[in-house]
Design a protein around this ligand. Structure first.
Ligand code: AMP
Ligand code: GLY
Length: 782
């Protein structure tokens, strides 16, 4: 039943987007926009109200009562900071927005900084000053770069980023003494300059429950490449690839939840929408600012990502009335981009009243008016940020391209208009961006090595007959002949997991190949010790057991075991509610095999300078380096369901899920003819090759002697990853290396060639002082 009658205050692009989404609600009967703009004028269910001043709260209340309004939606911050919520509260009309006291989160920087400090919410270091001399003294004493802000509202212009201490002092003089921003400069905040990516998050809140919209990135500067003066926002996209699930959880945990509970503790529960401006710094997300209203152009960007069945009016009523825990935001798994068109001269002075032509954009795109008016039948400009086009697509690239395609085909025309041509450029930065490394992606190989050093002692304390209890090698051994079984072979065990490749399987809902990876990681590690894998056990942990997922997974394990010729003798499926997020699962597995003493590999004593290194081709990324892979894919703006740029026949997700190759059956027949094997996993060629070598020898690998799989070339280029980093993180197309006497190299290569692609990739050399593996000619890899 259509029973909701809304009073919407404001006249920007944000308000048009709110009206657009609210009008789609079956519950909404009518929307009165005070004063509205040229877009709301023709929006379904909306009436622009010209004769009630938007800042006369008593008049607004009268209008609301006369028109049976039962939901008030203030768009901009000014009425909220001035206490409009209280006016409606007094007459019993629900208002979607915070009280005057809670609106201080935006209205007073001093208040919000003190609040963040009190509740331990990460933000820039700062000081508040109403005394000019004290502010100057602070500048002398700090050893970080600063930004200077007038504490009152200064329409986003009250922020100065000085380059030097002298400039900082001059800025303070202008604000505090010369009153460049009027009374807004009676008090200033001096803040630490934060560096990183700036993101915005819009969070619905009823005082208790929070529901956030996808993280968005605004473009504040007027010109391409983030040059020129600040504006209200020239474009926006969402979701951003910076926002991993881990980051969003961290933002909830460290910022949004403490903000909302802190406001309750202040006895000022926050209701409405909280806009949190974040800087994603090297030391985590920090709050730049709070706003107590929707962002512009964030709103035009994120509302189109809400599914058609998500009722904005219902959510706003839930926020105002305290039952948001009942509501869900259904967010489409798509990308959204908004390009703002400004009037020539903006953000300086610009013309108003310029006639405009606006045509219907294609499906999936929406035009949101901001500074426009309908003058009779003629649409005209009436502001600096005039109008925007939003497009939603399956990938960020698709969304951005379709927004610009509409502009190219002139869906909007007016004299003097201009817009940024590079919206979402930060999501697409590749060559110009700082090169990515595995450590930045959250994995520190050095830390892993340090950890091994630490636990060595504990491991050594388990030493028993038959076992040397040493770690850091490829796997574990136990000599059964020393345990009361004379003539018995050596038992060899290996244990491993699949790593974050599982996240791709989970995202793709394709679970039948990661079991192969699990087996491969283990049995390849056994065979490099000369062992024949005999049996395998797997472990599968989840919060809630989904039978088809778990079954697909185990079938993959069985597939891997068949490929390796080993029996799947057991496993454990653990269901632990709350242990993992939603449908996530983790898996580990253990392979056991045997080898005779004489057949153990590597035969380090037999290795000599000149031995040949044969490389066996990998099938793809296999199971290592996925933290970096995921980051590069995200930064390229690709979804796993997009076509793989390196393989037109498959999606990104399918291509990345290519299972790890199992080399066991190819290698077993030649084990007695070779000297050593290295399974190239995490750490790449450079870290894995030396592990099979005696101290005196090093591996000399000639880059270019094998064929590079397209996926690695793409990862290198898209992530701007250095060649050396590639060889330290990925298998770079060679996942098993065989060390063989030069005289037998051809024979072994030929035997392996029946089932593998084999390359002669290098040889053993005297090591001297150098590293255990050198990849020659790597500079040539571009
Ligand atoms: P504000 O008025 O506080 O929202 O600041 C406007 C803009 O100035 C922000 O969107 C940032 O781009 C920039 N800014 C504000 N504070 C900082 C800071 N501490 N470090 C770096 N940039 C900042
Ligand atoms: N787009 C920034 C803001 O709304 O404050």
């Amino acid at each position: 039943m259509a029973d909701v009658r809304i009073l919407l205050i404001g006249n920007g692009g944000r308000e048009h987007a709110l009206a657009w989404k609210l009008s789609q609600s079956p519950r909404v009967e009518a929307i009165f926009a005070v004063p509205g703009n040229g877009g709301t004028a023709t929006c379904e269910k909306v009436t622009n109200v010209a004769d009630v001043p938007a800042d006369d709260f008593a008049a607004l209340v009268k209008f609301a009562q006369a028109n049976n309004i039962n939901l008030v939606v203030p768009g901009p911050e000014a009425p909220l900071v001035d206490g409009v919520e209280g006016f409606f509260k007094n007459v019993g009309i629900p208002c979607f927005g915070p009280s005057k006291a809670a609106a201080r989160l935006e209205g007073s920087k001093t208040y919000s900084k003190d609040f963040m400090h009190k509740y331990n919410i990460p933000t820039a270091a700062y000081g508040n000053f109403s005394d000019y001399q004290a502010a100057l003294a602070y500048i002398d004493n700090v050893n970080h770069d600063v930004v200077i802000k007038a504490t009152g509202l200064a329409a986003g212009k009250g922020v100065i980023l000085p380059q030097t201490k002298a400039e900082a002092k001059e800025a303070i003089k202008q604000i505090m003494v010369d009153k460049a921003f009027g009374a807004a400069g009676d008090e200033i905040v001096i803040e630490e300059l934060l560096l990183g990516d700036e993101l915005s998050v819009l969070t619905f809140c009823d005082g208790y429950t929070i529901r956030s919209l996808p993280l968005a990135q605004d473009h504040k500067r007027i010109f391409d490449g983030d040059q020129g003066p600040n504006t209200g926002g020239m474009g926006c996209y969402a979701p951003t690839n910076i926002a991993t699930k881990e980051l969003m959880d961290q933002i909830d945990r460290e910022i949004l939840e403490p903000t909302i509970s802190g406001m309750r503790r202040e006895k000022q529960p926050f209701r409405g929408v909280l806009f949190t401006g974040l800087m994603i710094t090297a030391s985590g997300p920090k709050v730049l600012e709070y706003n107590v209203r929707f962002g512009d152009p964030e709103t035009q960007t994120v509302l189109p990502l809400l599914s058609a069945d998500t009722d904005l009016a219902e959510i706003m009523l839930a926020c105002a009335n305290g039952y948001l825990d009942n509501c869900h935001l259904n967010i489409e798994n798509k990308f959204s981009a908004t390009v703002v068109l400004a009037a020539g001269g903006y953000p300086g002075s610009y013309a108003k009243g310029t006639p405009m032509t606006v045509r219907q954009p294609p499906a999936g795109s929406t035009i949101f008016h901001a500074g426009t008016v309908l003058d009779g039948a003629q649409l005209k400009t009436s502001g600096g940020r005039v109008i925007a086009i939003n497009a939603v697509g399956e990938s960020l690239r698709a969304a951005v391209d379709s927004a610009y395609a509409s502009l190219d085909s002139k869906v909007i025309e007016f004299e003097g208009m201009f817009y940024r041509k590079d919206i979402a450029h930060r999501a697409f930065r590749s060559s110009e961006k700082a090169a990515m490394t595995y450590a930045q992606a959250g994995v520190d190989i050095q830390a892993g090595n340090d950890f091994v050093e630490k636990i060595k002692k504990a491991v050594a304390s388990t030493k028993r007959a038959g076992a040397d209890a040493e770690i850091g090698g490829f796997g574990g051994e136990l000599d059964l002949s020393q345990c009361g079984y004379p003539d018995a072979p050596i038992l060899v065990g290996a244990i491993d997991g699949v790593g974050t490749k599982l996240m791709i399987a989970q995202a793709m809902k394709k679970h039948d190949t990661v079991g192969i990876d699990l087996v491969a990681m283990n049995v390849n590690d056994l065979v490099v010790q000369g062992a024949t894998p005999l049996m395998f056990l797997d472990y599968y942990g989840c919060s809630k057991l989904d039978l088809s997922t778990a079954a697909a997974f185990v079938e993959g394990v069985a597939d891997g075991c068949r490929q390796a010729g080993c029996a799947l003798v057991g496993g454990e499926t653990a269901e632990m509610p709350g242990m993992y997020q939603q449908d996530d699962y983790d898996a580990a597995g253990c392979a056991v095999g045997t080898v005779t003493k004489a057949a153990r590999l590597p035969r380090k004593d037999a290795m000599v300078e000149g031995d040949v290194l044969l490389g066996l081709a990998s099938a793809g990324v296999h199971s290592n380096g996925f933290s970096l892979v995921r980051r590069i894919v995200a930064s390229a703006g690709l979804a796993y369901t997009d076509k793989a740029p390196w393989d037109a026949s498959r999606t990104v997700g399918e291509a990345l899920l290519t299972p790890t190759r199992i080399y066991v059956k190819s290698l077993l027949p030649v084990l007695d003819k070779i000297k050593g094997l290295a399974h190239i996993t995490g750490g790449g060629l450079v870290e894995n090759l030396p592990r099979m070598l005696p101290d005196a020898l090093a591996a000399e690998v000639e880059f270019g002697t094998w064929e590079m799989l397209p996926v690695f070339q793409w990862l290198k280029t898209a992530g701007n990853v250095a060649g050396s980093e590639m060889c330290r993180t990925f298998n770079t197309s060679i996942a098993m290396v065989v060390a063989v006497d030069a005289s037998k190299a051809d024979e072994v290569a030929q035997a392996l060639g029946a089932s593998e692609t084999v390359y002669k990739i290098g040889r053993l050399v005297q090591r001297g002082e150098g590293p255990g593996c050198v990849v020659k000619g790597l500079e040539a890899w571009r």
